[in-house]
Write a protein that binds this ligand. Structure first.
Ligand code: IPM
Ligand code: MG
Length: 352
């Protein structure tokens, strides 16, 4: 039995989550895992219902579950108001912090069936398969922030401790060992003291992972390399904000941000979510790509150790891609709806 906290959130969140749950239920019928889905609020919908983006009840429910499956948070009405005191995104940052999810794992790969959807040349897309380990509960996101000089000056502090760096570095290095044994630390050590601490700490951690080749790259250079030679990378390890920016950039390699899943892990309950946002313009239209969320559900299955079930899900996604069962951002002339894609993937899993 596995208890899953489902936080659908805002915008297209509920639509993509519905398809992931549909797929998980089919997996459950076959493999008799016994999923128990428990729903709660996060984001703008929580602000509307109870006044805060992450109610205590949601946190307590997540803590009592084996994993969290999250859709997306965010609503444009808050973006238009820079002075807003409560924002949906605070809910996302808070759940990461509350659950201690210090490592955000974002796999990026190119699918031959999607080569045409990518702005990059096909020869650059071949053999692209890397994973970003983004630190998720520290850095500039969580440092002191505020205003001075009567509000005319603002600051956001970026700070990291050896402990924060070591724990994610060990996870990333262990992942590299199981892959192509190559880790790239992305930083800005020519300017930032925190980056220098990342380098120093990583060099000390490396002795436990002698088989891993290690290099460092400045973030500006990495931003260029991701487009010029994405197949260079195997495991990228980086701090919170660099990871945020580079993974959005990396999504263009795959061809659609609607394809990229993520897992956030720490010491307790893990969380799985697509890397895309709430796509408010698309909400309620059935046009959102549910594959990133379904792939996140596959990462959850893998995390639980249901490797065969996870493979069935990713294989079904491959079939959908091969048959052109995709949403409009990938195939604008013959798009399928969010639910049609979920139905198709579920049917493939059920048949096998
Ligand atoms: C992400 C998102 C979030 C982040 C936002 C919504 C706060 O962009 O998960 O990448 O910056 O971490
Ligand atoms: Mg982001």
């Amino acid at each position: 039995m596995k208890k899953i906290a489902v936080l659908a959130g805002d915008g297209v969140g509920p639509e993509v989550i519905a398809e992931a749950v549909k797929v998980l239920q089919i997996v459950d019928n076959k493999h008799r895992i016994g999923f128990d889905f428990k729903y709660n609020l996060i984001g703008a919908c929580a602000i509307d219902a109870v006044g805060v983006p992450l109610p205590d009840e949601t946190v307590a429910m997540c803590r009592s579950c084996d994993a969290v499956l999250l859709g997306a948070v965010g609503h444009p009405r808050f973006d238009r108001d820079p002075a807003a005191k409560v924002r949906p995104e605070q809910g996302l940052l808070k759940i990461r912090k509350e659950l201690g999810l210090f490592a955000n794992i974002r796999p990026i790969k190119s699918y031959p069936t999607l080569y045409n959807a990518s702005p990059l040349k096909v020869k650059l897309l071949e053999n692209v398969d890397f994973v970003v380990y983004r630190e998720l509960t520290g850095g500039i996101y969580f440092g002191d922030k505020g205003r001075t000089n009567n509000g005319t000056q603002a600051f956001d502090l970026c700070s990291y401790s050896v402990e924060e760096i070591t724990r994610i570095a060990r996870l990333a290095l262990a992942a590299a060992q199981k892959r192509r044994q190559h880790l790239t630390l992305v930083d800005k050590a020519n300017v930032l003291e925190t980056s220098r601490l990342w380098r120093e700490t990583l060099s000390k951690t490396l002795s436990d992972f002698p088989d891993v080749t290690f290099d460092c790259m400045y973030v500006d250079n990495a931003a260029m390399k991701l487009i010029q030679q994405p197949a260079f990378f195997d495991v990228i390890l980086t701090e919170n904000m660099f990871g945020d920016i580079l993974t959005d950039e990396a999504s263009t390699i795959t061809g659609s941000i609607g394809m990229l899943p993520s897992a956030s892990v720490g010491n307790t309950t893990a969380l799985f979510e697509p890397i895309h946002g709430s796509f408010p313009e698309g909400a309620g239209k059935g046009i959102a790509n549910p594959m990133a969320t379904i792939l996140s559900a596959a990462m959850m299955l893998e995390h639980f150790g249901y490797t065969a079930a996870a493979r069935e899900v990713t294989a079904a996604i491959d079939v959908a891609l091969q048959k052109g069962i995709v949403t409009a951002e990938i195939n604008p002339t013959h798009p399928k709806s969010t639910a049609e894609i979920g139905d198709f993937i579920a049917s493939i899993i059920a048949e096998k």
